[in-house]
Design a protein around this ligand. Structure first.
Ligand SMILES: C[S@@+](CC[C@H](N)C(=O)[O-])C[C@H]1O[C@@H](n2cnc3c(N)ncnc32)[C@H](O)[C@@H]1O
Length: 338
């Protein structure tokens, strides 16, 4: 951070995120991953002018995303694998996501004019996708991409024992549900999301390996959820919404939950102390993008209380900084008290 500030002048400040965004859009890392490519070969393969491409590749090589050999051939480094579409650590859809860049430009303008920086609400953000099919696909692809990286290990946590049906609320196109059902063969699952996302999920092959144990249901979590599942999963859903809307979602979940059921909330938790944590970056990001927020554990407790729930166990999810918070109806004895 210090090095960046020391070298930054007005032409440099935005270089890294935009250079990564352009490289991701052009797909240069996929092309040169095979045997390495010169800028001329890259230019021919991606249909872009060689001179600016040379500048882009040299910049990203300097930042550690590519190596350049004596013949001028670029190859992605381990870090550069985030730019490749077929990598398990791929962030290609995420980095080429112009919605977020545009939201930040609007926020910066708003702040300069002393207007609130959260221009969009959760409703506006998702309704907009319903009228723009390409944006809906791009958003779902970004969600798939991050789910693979951020929830690794979730499907193997000891929270599924004794359960029979999991309802993945706002489960996107099914990345998480598929992983859970594959790791837990005793479970059946219901994927619940908006109609346009469920249509995409039906066409995607993510749930194919578990199709005989899985149903897809379209609807709104502000209205009614499918009844009788004994585990409800809410991954990165509450952080899209302000406290009032997040409480509405938890109330709908509590109403639909089977007796003795539990709700699993997978989110980043903002530490109560001042140590660095990805939740702090995400908190600002969610505010700017759609008026959402990350929360401390006591803020989650307040939401649970308002929805007639009480917090039970808390487990880390892999090493991504995400946590799984288990909540149960307040009249039920928490497992942690067994
Ligand atoms: C941030 S994404 C999280 C997706 C998935 N749970 C994950 O973590 O990969 C939020 C999800 O909530 C869904 N969603 C938004 N509003 C909804 C509503 N009113 N009813 C049902 N799902 C909704 C979105 O379509 C999206 O799939």
């Amino acid at each position: 951070m210090r090095e960046f500030l020391l070298m930054a002048d007005d032409s440099i400040v935005a270089v890294l995120p935009y250079a990564l965004g352009i490289a991701a859009r052009l797909g240069v890392a996929d092309v040169c991953a095979r045997d390495g490519s010169t800028t001329e070969e890259l230019a021919a393969a991606v249909g872009f002018a060689a001179q600016p491409l040379m500048s882009l590749m040299n910049t990203l090589a300097g930042a550690g995303f590519f190596t350049r050999d004596r013949q001028g051939r670029f190859s992605p480094t381990e870090l550069g694998a985030v730019l490749k579409a077929d990598s398990v650590v791929s962030m290609r859809a995420t980095l080429s996501n112009m919605d977020t860049y545009q939201a930040w430009l609007r926020a910066a303008d708003a702040a300069a004019e002393m207007r609130p920086i959260a221009a969009a609400s959760g409703e506006a953000f998702f309704e907009d996708k319903e009228t723009r099919p390409k944006a809906e696909v791009a958003f779902s692809t970004r969600m798939q991409e991050r789910a693979m990286r951020l929830y690794a290990g979730l499907a193997e946590l000891p929270v599924w024992k004794g359960a029979s049906t999991v309802l993945d609320i706002g489960g996107g196109t099914g990345t998480v549900l598929s992983a859970v059902l594959q790791a837990q063969p005793q479970l059946s699952g219901v994927l619940f999301d908006r109609g346009t996302v469920i249509d995409l999920a039906a066409r995607a092959c993510l749930l194919d390996p578990v199709r005989d144990r899985c149903t897809l249901v379209a609807g709104s979590f502000f209205k009614e959820l499918p009844a009788d599942a004994d585990v409800h999963l809410l991954c990165s859903v509450l952080h899209d919404w302000d406290d009032e809307r997040a409480t509405d979602i938890l109330r709908a979940s509590a109403r639909a939950l089977a007796p003795c059921g539990r709700i699993l909330v997978c989110e980043l938790i903002v530490p109560a102390t001042s140590e660095p944590h990805p939740a702090r970056w995400s908190d600002l990001g969610m505010l700017v993008l759609l008026g959402g927020r990350e929360r401390t554990l006591s803020e989650f407790d307040r939401l649970f209380g308002a929805a007639g729930l009480v917090r039970d166990r808390l487990l880390p999810v892999g090493e991504s900084g995400f946590s799984l918070i288990e909540a149960v109806p307040s009249e039920q004895v928490p497992r942690s008290a067994w």
